[in-house]
Design a protein around this ligand. Structure first.
Ligand code: GLP
Length: 233
């Protein structure tokens, strides 16, 4: 599964068009590890081409955390992607969680994605409450990049990176909106584990609703879902 996703990401970077949209989370760890192995097996000239042409935008970042904080998504991407692939860190972009004005930073980040032509291939995980990126329910299909409050549910889900304490998880985050995600040329939704089976079934099978942000993906003209047997139920 991770191998298949990594192969798609590498194929995208071998013929780069628009920027790649990247996600963090446990689901993506084996994907980035597989991507690093694949890049290591490429002919050196091709691997250099991938590194030199790299351009990606992550979905989200916690407000208040900078790259020096190991729980930040910036630090996660440095550990899981930038270092193992040997990328120029400036080519792997994320919202600045330390910006003094998070709302302004969200506008700047959304504008930077638009200035780069929008996202080409968007990699997505699925939150247990149906969020994608950090688009917490309710989220309509047209909400843009913004700063928002994280739900208790999500803070509990992500507490592992904060010593298991949901209270230590930042209260706010900056996320690309459903608008930027749905405007991507192609969307790759990756779902693993039995805990996500019910929410995946609802996201793909029920009429789209703000209460289940991932359900808007049904409207996307080029959605690929890659799920393991447990997530398929
Ligand atoms: C997180 C992230 C999402 C991620 C999702 C699933 O909160 N903001 O981008 O896809 O939740 O995470 P995991 O893969 O750890 O289950």
């Amino acid at each position: 599964m991770a191998e298949r996703v990594a192969a798609l990401l590498l194929a995208d970077r071998l013929r780069p068009g628009r920027p790649l949209g990247l996600a963090t989370g446990r689901t993506m760890e084996p994907v980035y590890a597989a991507l690093a192995r694949r890049l290591g097996r490429l002919e050196p000239a091709l691997a250099a081409q991938v590194r030199q042409g790299w351009c990606s935008f992550n979905l989200d970042e916690y407000v208040g955390l900078g790259p020096q904080d190991p729980a930040s998504f910036a630090a996660t991407m440095a550990r899981q992607l930038v270092e193992p692939l040997g990328l120029d860190p400036g080519r792997v972009r994320l919202p600045d969680g330390r910006a003094g004005d998070p709302d302004g930073e969200a506008r700047r980040y959304g504008a930077a994605v638009a200035a780069a032509g929008g996202i080409g291939l968007q990699l997505l995980g699925l939150g247990l409450n149906g969020h994608v990126g950090f688009n917490e329910p309710p989220a309509g299909a047209t909400v843009a990049c913004r700063c928002l409050a994280l739900s208790h549910h999500t803070r509990r889900q992500n507490a592992g990176a904060f010593g298991g304490d949901p209270g230590a998880v930042p209260r706010r985050a900056i996320t690309l909106g459903m608008a930027e995600i749905l405007a991507a040329r192609r969307v790759l939704l990756v779902v693993t584990g039995g805990a996500k089976a019910a929410i995946l079934r609802r996201a793909l099978g029920e009429p789209p609703t703000p209460e289940l942000p991932a359900s808007w993906l049904q409207h996307h003209p080029a959605l690929t879902v890659i799920a393991d047997a447990e997530a398929m139920g």
